[in-house]
Design a protein around this ligand. Structure first.
Ligand code: GLU
Length: 303
C-alpha cells in the first residue's frame, strides 16, 4: 500500500499576536514537511469564539506569509465546522464513548481553549460516568479507556503517558452548544489528512488523551513533535507578553524579517550561527536529530 502523502499543519488560536515561540513552531512544522516533499496547511482554531478575533487570525496568516510560510490549501476556520464536530459526537455516542456530565458551568468554562501547561491541568475524577444518556442537550464527556499510551516523539524521543491520570475524561461538548478543543483538533486533523503535528511542549500532556479520541473515531495517528518552549532572555514565559516579540514589534525595533528567520533557523539546529536568511534556505538543512531539546532563550537583540 502506498504511504499517505506527508501533511503538516500549524493551527494557531487567534487569541493574540504570534510570538517568536509560535513562529518557531510554525517554521519547524513547515521545514519538517517541506524537507521531505510534503504539504503544509494553516488552520485557524477559533472554536472558542468569544476568546477569538478574526482580525487577529488574519494578522497571524499575514505574519506567517511574511516569513515565507504559506498554506498549500485554503485556510480553514473551526468556527465554520460545527456540523463536522456534531457528526463526530454522534459517532462517538454510537460507539458508547460518551456520557452526560452534570458539572457546574464554572468547571466547564474553558473547554474550547487548548489547555497549556500554565492552565494547571486537573484530571477529572469520572464522577458522572454512571449517568444515563440524555441526548445532546447535556454536557458530554469522553470515557477514556484504561492504560498507557506510548509514542515516539520526533522532538522528545520515546514517550509514555496514562491519559486518565493526566487529564481524566475530557469534556467534548457543553450544553450551550460549544465544542471542545480536543474534539475539534482531532476531527480536523483527521479530515485534513494531517500526518504530522508539530506544536509546543506545553501541549505534550494532552497528546495521549487526543490519541485515545483518534482511536475511538477510527482515525490514524499522526506523528508528533513537541518543541521546547521559547522564553524571554530572563527565562520567563513569552505567553503573557508575547506581542513584544511578534513580527510587528520586532520590525518597529529595526529587526528585519530575515534576521528573525536566521535566529529561528539557528534555534532549530539548521545554522551554526544566527545569520540573515529566508525560510526556504533552511529546508535542506532541517533535520529533527539536530533540533535541540528543551527550552530556549531568545537573545537580547530580539527581546
Ligand atoms: N490551537 C492550539 C493553540 O494555539 C494548538 C493546537 C495544536 O497544535 O494541536 O494553542
Amino acid at each position: 500500500m502506498e504511504a499517505p502523502p506527508l501533511i503538516g499543519r500549524f493551527a494557531p488560536s487567534p487569541t493574540g499576536t504570534l510570538h517568536l515561540g509560535n513562529l518557531r513552531t510554525a517554521l519547524a512544522s513547515w521545514l519538517s514537511v517541506k524537507s521531505r516533499g510534503g504539504r503544509w496547511i494553516v488552520r485557524i482554531e477559533d472554536v472558542d469564539r468569544p476568546r477569538c478575533d478574526a482580525s487577529v487570525a488574519e494578522a497571524q496568516v499575514r505574519d506567517l506569509a511574511a516569513l515565507g510560510l504559506e498554506s498549500d490549501e485554503e485556510v480553514i476556520w473551526q468556527s465554520r465546522r460545527d456540523e463536522r464536530y456534531r457528526d463526530a459526537l454522534e459517532r462517538l455516542h454510537e460507539g458508547g464513548h460518551l456520557y452526560p456530565c452534570a458539572c457546574t458551568r464554572k468547571d466547564l468554562q474553558r473547554l474550547a481553549s487548548a489547555p497549556h501547561l500554565e492552565d494547571g491541568l486537573r484530571p477529572y475524577d469520572g464522577a458522572c460516568r454512571s449517568h444515563a444518556w440524555q441526548g445532546f442537550d447535556a454536557a458530554l464527556r469522553f470515557h477514556l479507556p484504561e492504560g498507557e499510551v506510548a509514542w515516539d516523539d520526533l522532538a522528545l524521543g520515546p514517550q509514555c503517558d496514562d491519559p486518565a491520570a493526566l487529564t481524566g475524561d475530557p469534556l467534548l461538548f457543553r450544553r450551550d452548544g460549544v465544542f471542545a478543543y480536543h474534539l475539534a483538533v482531532v476531527v480536523d486533523d483527521g479530515d485534513q489528512g494531517v500526518t504530522e503535528i508539530v506544536r509546543g511542549a506545553d501541549l505534550r500532556s494532552v497528546t495521549a488523551t487526543q490519541m485515545r479520541l483518534q482511536e475511538a473515531l477510527h482515525l490514524s495517528r499522526p506523528a508528533y513533535a513537541h518543541l521546547g518552549l521559547v522564553t524571554a532572555p530572563d527565562g520567563s514565559r513569552l505567553g503573557k507578553r508575547g506581542g513584544a516579540t511578534g513580527l510587528d514589534a520586532l520590525r518597529a525595533r529595526g529587526v528585519r524579517v530575515e534576521d528573525a528567520i536566521g535566529w529561528l533557523g539557528f534555534s532549530l539546529g539548521c545554522l551554526d550561527h544566527p545569520e540573515p536568511c529566508r525560510a526556504e534556505d533552511l529546508i535542506r538543512r532541517f533535520d529533527w536529530s539536530r533540533v535541540p531539546p528543551g527550552e530556549i532563550r531568545i537573545p537580547e537583540s530580539l527581546a
